[in-house]
Each structure stands twice: as structure tokens, then as C-alpha cells.
Design a protein around this ligand. Sequence first.
Ligand SMILES: [Zn+2]
Length: 360
Amino acid sequence: MREQTLICCHDDVGHMDAKKTLHNLKLRYWWPNMSKDSKAYVRSCHKCQIVNRRTANAYGLLQQLPIPSTPWEIVSADHIVCLPQTRNGNTNMLVQIDHATRYIIATPSASLAAHTVTDALYHNIILRYGPPSMYLSDRGTAFTARHTRRFLQKYGITQSTTPPYSPQANSIVERANGIIVSTLKKMIDQNPNKWDELLPNASLAINTTKQNSTKKSPFYLLHGYEPRLPRELHLGSFIDDTPREDQLDLLTLARAEAANNVYETHLENKQRFDLHRRSHSFTADLVLYDWPKKDHKLSPIFKGPFVIVRPVGAVCYEIKSTTQQNKFIKVVHVQHLRPYFKRNTPTIEENSTDEETERY
Ligand SMILES: [Zn+2]
């Protein structure tokens, strides 16, 4: 009886929000706890949940990556693709960046095959600085290929692939990519197909420039001195006569300060970012997923419900489909999830107003 009443005052009249539904009810009926029942009914309405926008702030606070004290302990990698083809046939570059010093090593390549990643990692990092302890990338096929995973395992490198659609997770290398591209744009002039020849110059320029995050140049943080630059020769350059022991003390201090500066910048960004975010922890095991690709303009925003399999890191969850035959399984950032409320579960949580929606 009550169910029929609710259907008639919510489902049959265009799925209005909780307040309007209650108003409709009050005009016609009364029973004890009617307000509570109607709120729970609307909250667990499948159609409303997949169609309505979230009005509350998205989930997921900005996470801090550990700040390593040793260079080349944590490395992020990413590809820049679809560059103009050079005489050597290169159309892509792999950018690898050290988290402690922000030193970049960019390697041009003709393909996105897995061996281009492992070759660059082996020759440019492992043979020069030793294997890193962690290698971060997106889930591009060159990084997730079995060849790459085996290679990383062989050198005891932990691989971390960030889930798609969460740009902040690998932001260090993405920011570096932007700087490399804009530096190259200014250097290539009339010869865009010579970018691979100019890449070492662009890399040196970036590595010897003070970074906003560390307040030092990557070159200094890695090597402990500022280099003489190619164009400085005719200007006459100063020779740093600081004794070697003092240089090492200064470098240790500079690295500690750099880590501190990175942390402070992160805190500022975090405060700004978290203003529009909420902390999350899904107590319910059913969630809706804000599907990135919409079929058409009238598609619901969310798909689901999905079952939470396990948390992955601090801000991601592995989710899978509830049906047996559809073997959908995916790791997603919490910002794309919302709890799903199943009908006929009497649990009404305290902070129920969080997910209330206003469509009209
Ligand atoms: Zn509804």
C-alpha cells in the first residue's frame, strides 16, 4: 500500500526530488514516519541515482606522493605522441623524470613498443644511476606489456600504473611534458621535423633551470654544482672554488630544502584542491560509476550498480559488474564513484542529505 503510494507520488510524476515527493504525499496521505520513508524511497530509486548529477563535492582528496631523498628512487614516465616525423622516423618521445630532483631524460622513438620503454630505462637510468625502486606511469600498453612488467621485476622495480581519468596521479611527468613541448616549439623555428636533434638542447635547458617546486635546478640537485652552459663560453664563466666537502654539505642541505619546498607547494595545492573535495570511504559495497563515454545526450550519467572489490591505493577502487556473464572489472578513481542505495535495505544513514539532488 505505502509502496504503491510512493510509486504514484514519485515514479509516476517524473521522479522529483525528496522534498517535492514528500510534498506530493502530504497533500494526499499520512502515516507515521512518512517523511523518513519517502526520503529513503527516493534515495534508493535506481533511475534517480543513475540520472541525477551529484550536487555534493566529488570524492577523493589530493594525495601526497612520498618525497624521496635519493635521486632516481622514484621515476615517472610518460609518452608524448603524434609529433612530426623526423628524418630518423621518430614520432614519439618517452619522458622519464626523477621525483627527487625533477631531472628529465627524454628519449625519441619511432614506435610505442614496450622495448622502447625498457631500452630507455636500462641505458639512461639503470646503467647510469642504478635501478629506481618505483616506476610510475599510466596504463599505456607499452607500460603494461608483459615484457615491461618482467623487465621491471628483474631489476626489483615496483611498478605503479595510475588509473585513467585521474590526471593528478601522475602530474609530475605531465607537467614536465608541457614544458618540453613548449621549449621545443620555441627551438624548432622552421624545422619541426628536427625536434629529435634539438631534444638534448631542450632537456639541458630545462634541467639547468630553477624549478618552481624545488626552488633549485634539477642539474644542481642531481650533481651538486651548476654547469657552465654551451653559450657561456665566450662570456667567461666563474669557477666554483668551494671545497668538495663543503659542496657535498651544501648539496645535502639543498636536497632537504627541495623536498621541503615540494611538500609546502603540495600543501598549498592540496588546500585549494580539497576545498572542492570530500574525504571518502565507501562503507556500502555497491557503487555507481560515472561512465566517461556517454552513448547519447540523454544517456544517464552513471552506470551500475557495481560491486567494490578492493581499495587500490588511497583514492582508487577496483569495481566489477554485479552480473556473472558480464565480466567488467576496472580500477577507478573515487571521484567517479558514488554510493548506490539498494531498495528494501532499511539502513538509512545519518548524512543522507549529502547525496540529495535538485534537478529542477
Ligand atoms: Zn526516482
